[in-house]
Ligand binder design. Structure first.
Ligand code: ITT
Length: 199
């Protein structure tokens, strides 16, 4: 079956494509569609923004849609950047800008800098709406390490590991990440309901 993945983020897209690769699902990204409406992510929670993306794209195209709203929650910063993770350093900023701003803010606090990634994965169709939340705990380090992944991956070391997510790479990341946990939750319920099938 066809499912739209309501994202413009290529890092998320390659991770989620792999998670769905053993299922009879053709994932269509927003880049493959025309007249895609702009979605204002103005909700205060990951769940609110994730459902906003999946609902608005489903309403526009009439095809079952999944979405991901995610971000980094840093303990010493009282949960920042949270739902503002993508634009922490301002509109149109780069991942590097965000990482540098984060390290600058954390430089005033003692180490370790505990943090967690959170992902809300949602599914929206005419008949079903589901959400699963996944989390990955770890620590922010004050140097950039590794070349894989995206966003805060070069400065995030998962709990029980000594490498950053960028060093670990997509294979390991997809076994432990907030995104993998959330989307495997969705896959589980979609399979049990007979909406998708293992190939
Ligand atoms: P879409 O809304 O188009 O899906 P986005 O990048 O704007 O893409 P979000 O609003 O959900 O997505 O913001 C997520 C941000 O959180 C992302 O840009 C990264 O900065 C950070 N983030 C989320 N998951 C991450 C991961 O697995 N590794 C590193 N950073 C991540």
């Amino acid at each position: 079956m066809k499912i739209i993945f309501a994202t413009g983020n290529l890092g998320k897209l390659s991770e989620v494509k792999r998670i769905f690769e053993n299922y009879d699902v053709e994932l269509i990204s927003l880049k493959e569609l025309v007249n895609v409406p702009e979605i204002y992510e103005n909700e205060l929670t990951f769940s609110g923004n994730s459902f906003k993306k999946s609902r608005e794209i489903f309403e526009k195209f009439g095809i079952p849609t999944i979405a991901d709203d995610s971000g980094l929650v840093v303990e010493q910063l009282n949960g920042k950047p949270g739902v503002f993770s993508a634009r922490f350093a301002g509109e149109n900023c780069t991942y590097e800008d965000n990482n540098k701003k984060l390290l600058n803010e954390l430089s005033f606090f003692p180490k370790p800098h505990f943090a967690k990634f959170v992902c809300s994965a949602t599914y929206f169709s005419a008949d079903n709406q589901f959400e699963f939340i996944g989390e990955l705990s770890g620590e922010i380090i004050d140097e950039f390490r590794g070349n894989n992944g995206f966003g805060y991956d070069p400065i995030f070391v998962p709990e029980n590991y000594s490498n950053t997510l960028s060093e670990l790479g997509i294979e390991v990341k997809n076994q432990i990440s907030h995104r993998a946990k959330a989307f495997y939750g969705l896959i589980d319920i979609l399979s049990k309901k007979g909406i998708i099938h293992y190939k």
